[in-house]
Design a protein around this ligand. Sequence first.
Ligand SMILES: Cc1ncc(COP(=O)(O)O)c(C=O)c1O
Length: 395
Amino acid sequence: MIALRTNRNACSKLQGMRRIDLIEPFRVMQLLERAKEMETAGRKIIHMEIGEPDFPTPAAVIEAARQQLATGDNFYTPSTGNPDLQQALSVWYKQEYGVDVTPGRILITPGTSGAFSLIYAVLLEAGESVLLSDPGYPCQRNFIRLTGGDPINIPVGPETRYHLSAALLAKHWQNNTRAALIINPSNPTGTLIEDNAMAAVAATCRDHGSYLISDEIYHGLTYGAKARCALEFDDNAIVVNGFSKRWAMTGWRIGWIIVPENLIEACRRVMQNIFIAAPTLSQYAAITALGAADAVEAMRRAYDERRRYLLAELPAMGFDIVVEPQGAFYIYANISRITPDARQFCWQLLEDAGVALTPGEDFGVFRADEHIRFSYATGLDDIREGIRRIKKFLL
Ligand SMILES: Cc1ncc(COP(=O)(O)O)c(C=O)c1O
C-alpha cells in the first residue's frame, strides 16, 4: 500500500513532463565550447576541467589491437562478452582483490556507461528509486531517469568523506528503493569510502532485498590506501568498472559489470537487444591491458605528483580542501573564502585567465555554489602555468 503511494507521488511529480525533458545537459560542455572558441582565436587555455586521461593508451594494448585487426575476426562476440576476456577478468579479480567471481557473472559492456544503462534497465520499474550522493557523477541521475526511475540525491559532506553511509540510507530509504550507488573513489571529490561504511551500506542494501551498486572506474588510481572492491564486503553487490581511466582507454568504449547469478539472464536479454555486443577489437585489446601493470603504475605516479603539487599550492590561495583526495584525478575545493558563486568564478577565470575548471553545479545542487573541481588529468607544466595564472587572477 505504502509502496503504491510512493509510486504515485513519483509519477505525479513527473506529470506533464516527458522523460527526455528530465535529462540535463553536462553544463561544463558549454564552458568547454567557449574554451575551444578561445583556442581557435589563438589563446592558450589550461584545461583542468576534463576528466579524461592525458596519457596515450599503453603501447602493448595498441599493438594487441593491431594484431587482432589483422586476423580478420572483427565480428560480434557473444552478447555477454568474449569468453577469454571474461576469464581473464575472473583471474584478475582473484589476484587484485582476492575474490572469487565466476566468468559468467562478468558481463562486458560498451564502457561503464553501457553497464549503467544496462543495470538500471534490468532493475528499475517506472517510479522506483535509486539512492545516490550529491555531489556525484551527473550522468548517473540521467541514466536512472531514462529508464523511468527516480534518482534520490542525498546531500553528503566531509563527515562521510562525501559518501553515502548506513545512517543516510536509513534516512532516505523509500519503499520502492531498488539500489544505492557509490562511486569509489568519488568523482568529483576523489575520496575513498571507509571500509566500515562500505560494509554497513552493503548490509543495509542486502537487508532491504535490494542492491549496492559500486562504480569502481577509478580503482588503480589511488595514492595511499588501495580502493576496496564492494565484492570483498558483499558477494551480492553489483560492481561496475572499465578500461577508460586506469588504462587510458576512453575512446575504446569498453567496460564490465559483475552481477549476482540471479540477474545474469535478464542482463543477457537486454544486452542482446540494446548493444548486441561490446566492440570486438576493444575486447581483445582489453585482455592485454589487464597485464599492462607497469604502464598503469607510471601513469599513477605522474597523477600523484600532480596531486601533491596542487594540494601544496591550493589552500594558501583560498581553495579549501576539507578531505584530502586519495584517488581518481580530481580535487574538490571549497571556494567560499574567494567567492559565493562558483559558476561565475569559473566563467570569469576562463575569460580573464584562460584556465578552465568545473563548477560544483555539474555534480548536483548541495552546496554547489561553494565548490569547484580541479582535474589533474593535465600535464604538470600546464598545471603549474594554471596555478600561476589563477594566482595572478586572484590578486
Ligand atoms: C564516476 C564515473 N563513472 C563512469 C564514467 C563513464 O566512463 P566510461 O563510460 O568511459 O567507462 C565516468 C566518466 O567520466 C565517471 O567519472
